[in-house]
Design a protein around this ligand. Structure first.
Ligand SMILES: CC(C)C[C@H](NC(=O)[C@@H](N)Cc1ccccc1)C(=O)O
Length: 720
């Protein structure tokens, strides 16, 4: 027996403090995971909106960078596993990479403070490059940290248990998964609320620094909790770089096969048998088991491609919906909480009711079948998302195409006007009213004639733009103002005012005073009833307006403003509020979460059960890699596919997953389940190795002998 093997067995039998049959150290690991997942999912929940509305990237770029980040988070576990196995051990790897992670979160939070570059104090950052550079640095550090510790934390938890505690070990893994979802549930609820607050030094903006700052604080807490348990952990030494050993063994087999490609060399049963010349039979058999499972992994990334779009496309979809649930208002990024809520309720229901019921009915619902069904559920979720998108599209305004222009007319003159556009369209507009909607024109050079007064003026419209023609109390100075041509950001409402009063007005919410006859710039207000106070120094009045989500209004202020106590203000709806309710997203969330329980939870268990004991980390890293590849596929499809309609993209993803699940079911059909321990025992006995049990007994005997020798020596020394 080697010294290393003895050390390992000694560590496994080390007595640790226990509570209710569980090692106390587990408490620190579970709380650490809760805080870490809070930190990760809290930051991820608001990330896509930060890209979209703070860095002002378009939907596609925001989605691509989001998925590139998630992909990186699931590629780095390989690095974490290698560092832990071959160099630092799990304990030190978790500590060092958690420090990197916490620094990343802090850098990310700092990058979202707009005041650091808002030198002219106009509310928008003046140096976007600095914000982008800082946030990319932060995200890279976070990805290194979160991915690096991912394969270590659960395995480190497993190390705390002794051989006879397999029941407690299973309970630990269930509690661990619940902690993941408990932490993510809380954070996806809280960080969007923090984001929706307004804060800032010079100007008040959406509070991204708080939304990213709280996850950063939680990561520091997570690290402190983990370090606090330091004295209680069972810390195993690095076992050697098993991933590298597997790669070398495969590399040698391929090279050797290539060297002996002529027909003179007899074929071998399996191509890995070409490693026989250099590697022992046991390692080759273990690599064969791992490869069999890795081969099955090939189609799996497609599931993650759909699954991870909850945080990007689906969140952006929610921004075009109404989150008014009467009892509470839901932010678009809070919709993601539906996933962990369903996980927390569905995992126990599936485990205790559905799966046993299926078994009772005599149906074979093997892990690979469950995973196939999970894929089909995810595909159905995307069909639902497409249907919801079609509903949303029906309610969206008809924005102009790139060759068209749209025009609305507002009459602030004291009587009705007949407005003729390019001698064609004539609009009759009452005083203090606007034309019914936007007139769409396929040309940009127009002539506007006011029939009663004989005033005619030429205008040049913006191609692909929306504009409003303001006819003030003196119609001869009528002018154009550009309007927004997309839904206002983050489900908020865009408001502006036309001053028909005779002097300068001060209006709450507006950056500066409003000159007579002038139309203000847009200002954004949140959903709910908002109060506006208008004053001219001497007099003032106020009026309230209730807003939904994603609307745009122009308020027309008449000359009778103060004599009517603000009641004569006229609201013109330019863009109607979102009318499709966010509750319509619940079916798609339900389907994707059912898919997750069937696919992800089962897949993880399957990978563990089919991996030889010393190669569980290899398969764990491989499993997480499928997630990384899935996110890379989103990048490719979203960038290359560029379908004109969002619902068509959802259907494309759904059909791709159905096709992949058919391929997977064929592969699964030919897969035979194994018991790795049995296979290993068989090879050991073929090779004449002693069985594991014998080894254990021998180690304990050696340990006793060790102790006796030590005692003898101590006695001798005392005598001397
Ligand atoms: C599925 C992951 C690879 C594993 C796990 N994630 C979950 O359990 C998700 N249900 C958590 C979640 C929460 C909020 C929004 C989306 C997903 C993990 O993170 O380890």
């Amino acid at each position: 027996m080697t010294d290393e093997k003895m050390d390992e067995t000694k560590k496994k039998t080390k007595k640790t403090a226990e509570c209710c049959g569980f090692p106390v150290s587990i408490f620190f690991i579970v709380v650490n995971e809760f805080c870490e997942r809070f930190s990760y999912y809290g930051m991820r929940a608001v990330l896509v909106l930060y890209f979209r509305y703070f860095l002002l990237w378009d939907d596609d770029l925001a989605t691509s960078i989001y998925h590139a980040f998630v992909a990186l988070c699931y590629l780095t576990p390989i690095m974490g596993a290698i560092i832990a196995d071959s160099w630092l051990g799990k304990f030190k790897t978790i500590i060092y990479l958690s420090v990197v992670y916490a620094v990343g979160q802090v850098v990310m939070a700092v990058s979202t403070i707009h005041d650091i570059t808002d030198t002219d104090r106009d509310g928008t950052p003046n140096n976007f490059t600095l914000h982008i550079a800082l946030s990319m640095l932060g995200l890279i550090l976070i990805a290194l940290g979160t991915g690096g510790i991912k394969p270590c934390v659960a395995a480190f938890g497993g190390d705390q248990f002794q051989e006879h505690q397999s029941r407690q070990l299973n309970t630990f893994f269930s509690v661990f998964y619940l902690c993941i979802n408990g932490g993510s549930l809380l954070s996806t609820l809280i960080t969007p609320v923090l984001r929706a607050q307004e804060c800032g030094i010079h100007t008040q903006q959406q509070c991204y620094p708080l939304a990213f700052g709280v996850p950063a604080a939680l990561m520091v807490v997570s690290l402190v909790v983990f370090i606090s348990g330091s004295g209680m952990y069972v810390k195993t030494d690095p076992e050697g770089n098993i991933i590298w050993a597997v790669c070398k063994c495969i590399g040698f087999a391929i090279k050797n096969r290539f060297r002996h490609r002529s027909s003179a060399h007899p074929k071998r049963e399996h191509w890995m048998d070409w490693a026989n010349e250099k590697y022992d039979k046991l390692l080759i058999a273990q690599v064969k088991m791992v490869l069999k499972v890795l081969f099955l992994y090939i189609p799996l990334p497609m599931f993650w491609t759909l699954f991870d779009q909850k945080g990007s496309r689906w969140t952006l979809q929610a921004t075009t919906m109404s989150g008014d649930f009467r009892a509470f208002i839901l932010q678009p990024d809070q919709m993601q909480t539906v996933n962990p809520i369903l996980i927390l309720t569905m995992v126990p229901i599936m485990d205790r009711i559905i799966f046993p019921l299926i078994k009772k009915c005599g149906l074979d619902f093997s892990p690979l079948k469950r995973m196939t069904v999970g894929m089909l559920f995810a595909a159905m979720a995307f069909v639902c998302a497409a249907l919801v998108q079609i509903e949303i599209d029906k309610t969206l305004p008809d924005f102009p195409s790139s060759s068209e222009s749209q025009l609305k007319v507002v009459n602030m003159f004291n009587s009705s006007l007949n407005v003729t556009i390019s001698h064609k369209d004539t609009l009759l507009i009452d005083s203090l009213e606007s034309s019914a909607g936007y007139v769409t024109l396929d040309h940009q050079e127009i002539t506007v004639s006011l029939n009663s007064s004989g005033i005619t003026k030429n205008f040049s419209l913006i191609a692909g733009g929306r504009q409003t023609l303001i006819i003030p109390s003196d119609p001869s100075v009528m002018y154009l103002k550009e309007d927004i041509k997309s839904k206002p950001r983050e489900g908020r409402n865009a408001v502006r005012f036309v001053n028909g009063w005779t002097a300068v007005l001060n209006i709450t919410n507006l950056e500066s005073n409003l000159e007579p006859t002038v139309i203000s710039n847009y200002s954004l207000v949140a959903q709910g009833t908002r109060k506006f106070v208008l004053s001219n120094g001497a007099q003032s009045c106020e009026f309230s307006q209730t807003f939904g989500f994603g609307s745009s209004y122009t308020f027309l202020i008449p000359s009778t403003l103060f004599s009517t106590d603000c009641k004569s203000i006229k609201a013109v709806e330019d863009i109607q509020p979102n009318s499709v309710h966010m509750a319509l997203q619940i079916p798609q969330y339900f389907l994707i979460t059912t898919g997750e329980v069937l696919f992800s939870v089962t897949g993880l268990q399957f990978s563990y059960s089919q991996a030889p004991k010393n190669m569980k980390s290899v398969l764990q890293a491989g499993w997480l890699c499928t997630n990384a590849v899935g996110n890379i596929i989103v990048l490719i499809v979203a960038e290359l596919g560029k379908l004109p309609k969002q619902w068509a993209e959802y259907l494309l993803f759904a059909s791709l997953l159905v096709a992949v699940s058919v391929i997977f079911s064929v592969m699964a059909y030919f897969y035979t389940y194994i018991d790795p321990a049995e296979v290993e025992a068989q090879i050991r006995s073929e090779l004449g190795f002693e069985p594991e049990e014998e080894k254990k007994k021998e180690t304990l005997e050696m340990e006793d002998k060790d102790k006796d020798q030590q005692n003898e020596q101590e006695v001798k020394q005392t005598k001397i």
